[in-house]
Design a protein around this ligand. Structure first.
Ligand SMILES: Cc1cc2nc3c(=O)[nH]c(=O)nc-3n(C[C@H](O)[C@H](O)[C@H](O)COP(=O)(O)O)c2cc1C
Length: 216
């Protein structure tokens, strides 16, 4: 049986580090069916897109989280092989990890589910700026370079960075449409975060993105 990357990370972590916090009690979170119509007209969302950096601790509802992840990189065609953001050669190599106060999950777009990775609250480790720990959700965009085929190291990094940018912009536009606050972030201690997330060597953290409600 070939394990998906996030599962391989957990198995590897258990073998190498017996103290790794198993997501005990954390079950896969089945997300509500995403709402795929409505919202602000595109041009209004573009007008409102910006990067606030002060977040209220107010949580996102399961419905809003589901909508957000669908907008980011959900399945948008009936055959389930294509997504809301393009990717070079349709690699679909970007995995969206979701860090909340309850733990760390990874988004399974086809199943519309969050799979648990760790029961730890790792929000503070997802960035170097203090606001990351206050916001209810930090998305971490991880590229699975094992899916980038025979592209050279430089080429796959360039393409995978571009692929991440499309997802991040989808999140910006969804947030602008729904009155949520978001900021995409490159300022991350990547080696430290990769360790906390138990990533495999070919899983690279590209960017993170904080999402929540603006502090009033
Ligand atoms: C690739 C990239 C990395 C960024 N990294 C950070 C970051 O680490 N921390 C931060 O507060 N903002 C970060 N930003 C947000 C930019 O600072 C912000 O988009 C810019 O100042 C323009 O502001 P606006 O988004 O409100 O138009 C990043 C943006 C991009 C595109």
């Amino acid at each position: 049986m070939k394990l998906s990357h996030p599962l391989r990370s957990v198995v590897l972590a258990l073998l190498l580090c017996p103290t790794f916090a198993l997501p005990q009690g954390l079950k896969p979170l089945e997300l509500p069916v995403p709402q795929t119509s409505g919202g602000k007209p595109l041009l209004e969302a573009l007008k409102d897109r910006h990067s606030p950096r002060e977040f209220s601790p107010q949580k996102l509802s399961p419905q809003i989280l589901s909508n957000l992840l669908w907008a980011a990189f959900g399945v948008n065609r009936p055959d389930a092989s294509k997504r809301t953001a393009p990717s070079a050669m349709n690699w679909q190599e970007i995995e969206i990890y979701v860090a909340t106060s309850e733990g760390l999950y990874v988004y399974d777009a086809k199943a519309n589910r969050l799979d648990p990775i760790s029961a730890e609250d790792v929000r503070a480790a997802t960035g170097t700026q203090s606001y990351v720990k206050d916001a209810p959700v930090n998305l971490v965009y991880v590229s699975d370079l094992s899916k980038t085929g025979r592209a050279s190291g430089e080429e796959s990094l360039m393409y995978t960075s571009a692929d991440t940018g499309f997802i991040a912009q989808n999140v910006y536009l969804y947030c602008a449409s729904e009155g949520l606050a978001t900021v995409v972030r490159g300022s991350i201690d990547r080696p430290a975060l990769a360790k906390v997330m138990n990533l495999m060597p070919d899983q690279k953290i590209i960017l993170a993105q904080t999402v929540g409600y603006a502090k009033k």
